[in-house]
Design a protein around this ligand. Structure first.
Ligand code: UN1
Length: 482
């Protein structure tokens, strides 16, 4: 059976090339989900030119016109949640409920930003000088370059594209070349929902080929990227040459503290879902479990019991808990970190490569006991279903370990003490704090982002999106006397 071929869409036109890349199902390596026609730098440049040409028109549309497009697209995404969820699970490997949930989230984000387009975004005030009126208005930035990772193939594109369009920008979008299928559907839906030609262009290509255009073309005003710290650093440096606005969402090394006074049942679920949900492939995943002495043994026993019933299998099989790792190189990275953890003195439970009915990248979840904060496993992002455990004497020590992270995206605490929860909320160095909740799993109507090496530039999503996707204009008017 030949797979469907997806092409880049530039100014509403399908642009193919001679080079094809298969999008392989990680649950069944014999299943090619779609094939993408790999764009080169020339296609990327044409996409930038198309977005630049579309900008004057789109930026002058009314908020209602922009809201209608986003709302219509949101309705289609929601109506097709089962089908798109199936596609997403098939190409990325998260379970069907996780994949469907992500599609629903994307639909909700489109609708949320339809509403945002209609909200007031500006200020009118009196000058500090007599008789003068001041207005501060928000204007679109221009052409925005959007570069997204493979782990949320539709939600992250939605939460970057929707605000970009809502505020009147035009877009050149490069999804992860590993999983272009759901991203391509999102673009198709938005274009059919009524976007003018060239307002949203998709470039299916490798970062090494199209990246220099998407970060360097002088017609681009802003770049928003989610991915690794290393790639983000490169983008920032490239963007500096033409002084583009840059928003980076990078790695996370997220601690989850469990205090002696925690509800054991809650703590087990929070730890399991936070670290093994989406196969641990989330920058918000809980990866370091910091446990105080009094609850350590009971918690580890309960987590191990829960892990023994945790099923790993084909992402689209009903009832499984966890799908496969996304590809061979990510699996190799997960196994390498487990090897390093062992060599540095950690005791690894689980983390075994297993076989299922079809060839796939199946790995059981791993718990690494007896680690200390200096161990590599506690300092670098694994991006897999791996949870390492650091045992500490008390909350003060736990806080110090949690705050030793350099990628401070999200941090969690399980406690029944209001005093500790409240103290942690203030004292944590992370951009997001979770109390009795997994470090992963966030809302779309509030700011998202981290501190330290984890983020750069204005926050994403919710009320924060305006900051990155608009630029302000301050006007002073002397009306004179009537
Ligand atoms: C979530 O935890 O709900 O790449 C979202 C990531 C993050 C998104 C996490 N930017 O994993």
């Amino acid at each position: 059976m030949s797979s469907r071929t997806l092409t880049s869409i530039v100014a509403g036109q399908s642009v193919g090339s001679g080079a094809d890349r298969p999008d392989v199902n990680p649950s069944d390596l014999g299943d090619v989900v779609v094939v993408s026609s790999v764009a080169d730098a020339e296609v990327a440049s044409a996409a930038v030119a198309a977005a630049a040409e579309a900008f004057p028109g789109w930026s002058r549309t009314t908020p209602w016109q922009r809201a209608e497009v986003l709302d219509r697209a949101g309705s289609e995404v929601l109506a097709r949640a089962d089908e798109l969820g199936d596609l997403l699970a098939r190409e990325e490997g998260k379970t069907l409920p996780e994949a469907r949930g992500e599609v629903v989230r994307a639909g909700q984000i489109l609708k949320y930003f339809a509403g945002v387009a209609l909200q007031p975004h500006g200020q009118a005030l009196d000058s500090v000088r007599p008789g003068i009126e001041v207005t501060v208005t928000r204007e679109p930035v221009g052409v925005v370059s959007i570069i997204t990772p493979w782990n949320f193939p539709i939600a992250i594109p939605a939460w970057k594209i929707a605000p970009a369009l809502a505020f009147g920008n035009t877009v050149v979008f490069k999804p992860a070349d590993l999983v272009p299928g759901s991203a391509w559907e999102l673009v198709d839906i938005l274009n059919r929902a009524g976007l003018p030609v060239g307002a949203l262009n998709i470039v299916l290509g490798k970062g090494s080929q199209v990246g220099p255009v998407l970060t360097g073309d002088p017609a681009i005003s802003a770049i928003t990227f989610t991915g690794s710290v290393e790639t983000g650093q490169g983008i920032l440096q490239a963007a500096a040459a033409t002084r583009k606005k840059v928003q980076l969402e990078l790695g996370g090394k997220n601690p989850l503290i469990v205090c002696d006074d925690a509800d054991l049942g809650v703590a087990v679920e929070v730890a399991i879902q936070g670290s093994f949900g989406s196969t641990g492939q989330r920058c918000t995943a809980s990866s370091v479990l910091v446990v105080t002495d009094g609850i350590h043994d009971a918690l580890i026993e309960a987590i191990r019991a829960r892990m023994s019933g945790w099923t790993v299998g084909d992402a689209r099989q009903a009832g499984i808990d966890m799908g496969p790792v996304v590809d061979a190189s990510q699996l190799e990275q997960d196994l390498r970190y487990l090897e390093i953890a062992r060599a540095e003195g950690g005791a690894v439970i689980g983390g075994e490569v297993v076989e299922r009915g079809t060839p796939g990248h199946y790995l059981t979840p791993a718990l690494v006991l007896g680690t200390s904060p200096e161990h590599t496993i506690n300092r670098e992002e694994v991006f897999g279903p791996v949870l390492s455990v650091v045992r500490v004497a008390d909350y003060e020590q736990a806080l110090a370990v949690a705050n030793a992270s350099t990628m401070n995206l999200s941090a969690g605490i399980c406690t029944t003490s209001l005093a500790k929860a409240s103290h942690f909320r203030r004292a944590s160095k992370a951009g997001m704090v979770m109390v009795n909740l997994p470090t992963a799993g966030v809302d779309f109507h509030v700011p998202f982002g981290g501190r330290g090496d984890s983020s750069y530039g204005p926050r994403e999503q919710g009320t924060a999106a305006e900051e990155f996707f608009t630029t302000s204009k301050t006007a002073y008017v002397l009306p004179g006397t009537p």
